[in-house]
Design a binder for this molecule. Structure first.
Ligand code: AMP
Length: 216
């Protein structure tokens, strides 16, 4: 499968990409994760992208395009993949098409996750993760409460919020999402690749919708 997931932050793209990876073996390529890892590694790319990622602004197209192109230029490039959070602009979509063409690949489907902005704000602003880097604890202030507020159930360390998960930053990320994806969506719709997925539904039902639309 060769899929792109488009949707606002908090619409569940990452969850679905992770399921497609676990159950069907597709490579899960999340540019948000790749960029956050670069920030943590603190090399030249990390230093360049950190201000954008922290404030929820889009990293410049050429930087993200180069990171993705490098992945697809490798001899062991993914043949089955789910793109999570890339392309996010028309310029990225065009660059990605060129990259795929060079590898004799094409896209099969683009899934557009649709969800109300206010629900996104509630979902994301409640996300908390354990501050202990070796612990996988993930909680939610509304949907998955820790037994003691602010403390990890698993290891007892404090829970933290991602800096770009604060409400003011989410509102800015949503504004940017709507501003930058209009042309992108039009581009994929025109090519007959786009399928809308109502993203407020249950995780398993969204998964089944997607799987039902993937060509054999
Ligand atoms: P995400 O985890 O997908 O919400 O991405 C987190 C942050 O990484 C975004 O707010 C942007 O700063 C940056 N980012 C991720 N993917 C892209 C992309 N395709 N283009 C530009 N910036 C991106």
């Amino acid at each position: 499968m060769r899929l792109v997931l488009v949707g606002p932050p908090g619409s569940g793209k990452g969850t679905q990409a992770a399921l497609l990876h676990q159950r069907l073996g597709a490579a899960h390529i999340g540019t948000g994760d790749i960029l956050r890892e670069a920030v943590e590694a603190d090399g030249p790319i990390g230093k360049l992208v950190e201000p954008y990622v922290r404030s929820g602004q889009l990293v410049p197209d050429d930087v993200v395009n180069e990171l993705v192109t490098a992945l697809f230029r490798r001899a062991d490039r993914p043949q089955n993949f789910v793109m999570d959070g890339y392309p996010r602009t028309l310029a990225q979509a065009m660059a990605f098409d060129a990259t795929l063409r060079q590898g004799f690949l094409d896209l099969q489907r683009v899934f557009l996750f649709t969800i109300a902005d206010d629900l996104v704000v509630k979902r994301i602003s409640g996300r908390r993760k354990c501050s202990n880097p070796t612990c996988e604890g993930v909680f939610h202030a509304y949907f998955r409460l820790a037994k003691v507020p602010g403390v990890c159930d698993i290891c007892g360390k404090p829970l933290v919020q991602r800096p770009d998960d604060k409400e003011s930053v989410i509102r800015e990320r949503l504004r940017l999402y709507h501003a930058s994806t209009g042309e992108l969506i039009g581009y994929y719709r025109q090519r007959g690749l786009l399928h809308e997925v109502p993203a407020a539904a249950e995780v398993e039902s969204i998964y089944q919708t997607i799987v039902g639309l993937i060509p054999a």
